[in-house]
Design a protein around this ligand. Structure first.
Ligand code: FES
Length: 333
């Protein structure tokens, strides 16, 4: 039986041999990364939280909205965190599975590029110099797949091959039906996987719950009782920062994120949440350290000192005093 002519190697400029698979590693990486990113969001108990949870998607969107060219769109994420957050997570899953399996590959790559574009214009927009913002790199990485699609080792390639080998209209209709079934099967797999992971996630602790009762907020210990000499602007109720807890607020004037903590009863600290490397917002403290999501700098949660670069300067500190039941933020030092 004659083999069909291989047009991919017959024209002078066509890629041959290994070159035909040049985009496969990129496709595997982007597909698996987007599946992981979608599942990671759905498994995170903080992700769909409201503004009061500093680790939520809404709080992060709120933090970058003022400096983003798509700040208006980010307002939607702030006001409707659940539908926007779910759309984002399941969108990443659909893009990831579509890319890995090569089903509607060009469409999946376009979706991936749009997600990366929106992240670049928001989360990475403040990163300087621009080439350190990883979302711009993802946007560029999607471009070859948008242009080339996923013709090899893919359901797209399988369906196209069957369509080419079918001479009758009935046969072509059957290929279309098979393509539709494959699309529904992959969409169902993405939905079931995402929903299954979402069901396993725990409940995020309330920012001021629990420890607040023992926090000394009403007993006048430490900085609290007198209320005399409070300087700066009131930014939070003292009860919102329990012993061992953290609360993210905005610095009066600049609006920059500031993390308030009470490591010991009556002792408060206020550290800037702006990474000194390139200006990303560091994540809330965990295991005694702040970690910057942009390039992984780490800072001591108590002092703000650099534990790991590329940042070389400590997080800025603010003066903080308690007056009655209010915490006042002073000058940055
Ligand atoms: S902005 Fe680069 S490590 Fe924080």
């Amino acid at each position: 039986m004659d083999n069909p002519p291989d047009h991919s190697t017959s024209s002078p400029g066509a890629l041959s041999g290994l070159g035909r698979h040049a985009l496969l590693p990129l496709r595997l990486f982007l597909g698996s990364t987007f599946v992981y990113a979608g599942l990671d969001k759905l498994a995170d108990p903080h992700y769909l939280g409201g503004l009061a949870d500093p680790a939520s998607m809404a709080a992060q969107a709120h933090a970058v909205a003022a400096h983003s060219p798509i700040g208006g769109l980010l307002g939607q994420a702030v006001h409707s965190p659940t539908p926007v957050g779910l759309a984002m997570a399941f969108g990443e899953l659909a893009v990831g599975f579509g890319t890995l399996l090569g089903l509607w590959g060009r469409l999946a790559a376009t979706g991936g590029a749009l997600i990366s574009l929106s992240l670049w214009l928001s989360v990475s927009w403040g990163v300087h110099p621009y080439y350190l913002g990883n979302d711009l790199v993802y946007l560029m990485a999607w471009t070859p797949l948008v242009l080339a699609g996923t013709p090899q080792f893919s359901l797209d390639g399988l369906i196209a091959g069957r369509a080419r080998g079918t001479a009758t209209g009935r046969g072509r209709r059957q290929v279309l039906v098979d393509g539709g079934i494959a699309t529904l099967a992959v969409a169902g797999m993405a939905l079931l996987t995402g929903a299954g992971v979402a069901r396993t996630r725990g409940k995020a602790p309330a920012p001021s719950a629990g420890a607040g009762a023992g926090a000394g907020t009403g007993t006048g210990n430490g900085t609290g009782a007198g209320a005399a000499g409070a300087t700066g602007t009131a930014v939070a109720a003292a009860a919102a920062v329990p012993v061992g807890g953290v609360l993210r607020v905005s610095a009066p004037g600049s609006g920059d994120p500031v993390y308030l903590q009470q490591p010991k009863a009556g002792q408060y600290t206020a550290l800037s949440g702006v990474c000194t490397h390139s200006g990303c917002t560091v994540n809330p403290p965990k295991d005694g350290r702040f970690v910057c999501p942009c390039h992984n700098s780490c800072f001591d949660a108590g002092t703000g000192a650099v534990l790991q670069g590329p940042a070389t300067e400590a997080l800025a500190r603010f003066g903080i005093t308690r007056s009655g039941d209010q915490l006042h933020l002073g000058a940055e030092s």
